[in-house]
Design a protein around this ligand. Structure first.
Ligand code: ADP
Length: 499
């Protein structure tokens, strides 16, 4: 080859080399059958001296990828074509990296391979990102599969609604209830999916509430099922938050509780029937005892009179219990009517005070003096709440201790408190006291009779007046029960005094 041509060739090879070096992390030359790595130029990725070596595969290629690399090399040699492969390498710092390696065969005039010229780039960062992405994809696929299994096999209705009240997910049970396919139902609102306007409106306002308060809500609703007729459902709407902590959707679950309701109704009907049946003979017994006591008093039979007095007290207790059960059943079936009329709480409190001290002698009572507080409420029912709280204070505190009753205005409400010096209530029981039939399971309470309906009735009555009820207590430290009632505004009182 003439010297000029030789020089030109080596210059252009040099330029090519510079270009490849600039864009690659590794440059290498291999013997025709790849048995010897003739030269290696490294940019810190792989360790080596650049001297020819034969153990390059063991040194640089990750054991798990050697077979794959060998196959790709053999194929390239056989076809005299470009070799290209992405594989793992053992990096200088001992860690595992990824390279994208390519090599071109350099052929002589007879088309025989003289050597291979290759370059490789470090693609570890990209590979790691790809792997992380794949892992995330796998995980999300797995979540989706899990989700699908859970939501497909439950008889509960599971759905997601966006903040514009459009369904973005509905499980098979819900689609089945609607009698619709996914495509027909998803993306549609409540009314489009067959909800009656009042029902759609109610859920839309509840969604607004969840979005505004960021808190779940629970409700009960009755509406017709396509096949099963009218059913009762219990539902929970929970907020789904975005990265900024705002509510971006509402996840809902709805359960058909018609059977539970029906059982409850049967139980209530039974209790109501038994209570009614007991009431008639009890009323007769009460009057017989009263008449007998009168006769014993007239005949100066003090022993009989004392016994009949005690019998009378027990009968009052029994009547109160039976009335409690009757009230629960009336409440459950919506037969309790709240008769709103304006009255002064101070006068009711005075009446309650007089009745209490006239009938209960085991305890001392302190009723804080109070100014006029007018409320528009059912006087008898509020009187029952007072009586219930006071009799509980007496029941759950030792004889001789004091029961303290106050009433004051806080904001636009009257707040009544009944405090006792009794056994108190533990933290775990406090939130459940107002549930129907709930009783504290402490040994001290076991020997005190009761059915756990008094506080339930109080809570229902107070809530139906737009008030709240709660208790503050610690075990062994006495208890304070509070309830509030909305007070009448000045204007309302004024109108009242004119009329
Ligand atoms: P009952 O007294 O018939 O069991 P209530 O509904 O009136 O039913 O009360 C529910 C439970 O709350 C009671 O069983 C008792 O454990 C607890 N409780 C109520 N009032 C008090 C109180 N003043 N002090 C301590 N515990 C109380």
């Amino acid at each position: 080859m003439p010297a000029d041509k030789n020089k030109g060739l080596s210059e252009s090879e040099e330029r090519f080399r510079t270009l490849v070096t600039a864009t690659s992390d590794v440059i290498y030359r291999m013997s025709p059958d790849w048995s010897v790595m003739r030269e290696l130029e490294i940019g810190g990725l792989l360790s080596g001296t650049g001297e020819p070596i034969t153990d390059w595969a063991d040194k640089y290629i990750h054991p798990l990828d050697r077979q794959m690399a060998r196959e790709a090399i053999n194929k390239a040699i056989a076809q005299k074509s470009i070799y290209q492969l992405e594989h793992r390498v053992l990096k200088t710092d001992g860690s595992i990296g990824w390279i994208c390696s390519s090599a071109v065969p350099i052929l002589d005039d007879n088309g025989q391979i003289i050597e291979w010229f290759g370059s490789a780039s470090d693609v570890t960062g990209r590979k790691e990102t790809e792997e992380a992405l794949q892992r995330a994809r796998d995980e999300s696929e797995q979540h989706k599969r899990l989700n699908d299994i859970v939501t497909s096999n439950t008889p509960d209705l599971v759905y997601v609604v966006d903040i514009n009240y459009k369904f973005t997910f509905a499980n098979p049970a819900l689609l089945n209830m609607w009698g619709k396919t996914w495509d027909e139902a998803v993306g549609k609102g409540f009314q489009d999916n067959g909800y009656e306007p009042w029902h759609a409106e109610m859920h839309e306002r509840e969604i607004d509430q969840v979005v505004a308060t960021k808190k779940p809500i629970r409700g009960e609703v009755s509406f017709p099922h396509a096949v099963l007729g009218r059913r009762v459902y219990d539902y929970i709407f929970s907020p789904v938050f975005n990265a900024q902590g705002d509510v971006e959707a509402i996840a809902g679950t709805t359960r058909d509780i018609s059977d539970i309701k029906e059982n409850e109704q049967r139980k209530n009907d039974f209790i109501s029937m038994v209570s009614h049946e007991l009431k008639t003979p009890l009323t007769s017994v009460v009057s017989y005892v009263q008449i007998s006591k009168k006769r014993a008093d007239q005949g100066k039979d003090t022993i009989a009179s004392g016994m009949l007095e005690r019998a009378g007290k027990q009968l009052v207790k029994m009547t109160r219990m039976i009335n409690g059960f009757l009230n629960v059943s009336r409440l459950e079936s919506g037969r309790i009517h709240i008769d709103h009329k304006p009255f002064d709480l101070a006068i009711l409190m005075k009446d309650v005070h007089e009745e209490t001290v006239a009938t209960i002698f085991s305890h001392a009572f302190e009723f804080e003096p109070m100014a006029e507080i007018w409320v528009n409420a059912d006087r008898d029912k509020i009187g029952q709440v007072f009586t219930n709280l006071i009799s509980n204070a007496v029941k759950y505190s030792p004889a001789g201790s004091t029961v303290h009753v106050t009433c004051q205005i806080i904001g636009d409400k009257a707040q009544i408190s009944v405090h006792d010096e009794g056994m108190g209530i533990g933290k775990k029981d406090l939130p459940r006291l107002f549930e129907r039939y709930y009783r504290v399971k402490e040994t001290e309470v076991n020997h005190i009779s009761g059915f756990g309906i008094g506080l339930y009735l109080c809570a229902e009555l107070v809530r139906r007046h737009g008030g709240d009820i709660w208790a503050e207590s610690e075990a062994g430290e006495g208890s304070t029960f509070y309830f509030t009632l909305p007070i009448m505004k000045d204007g309302e009182q004024h109108r009242l005094s004119i009329s």
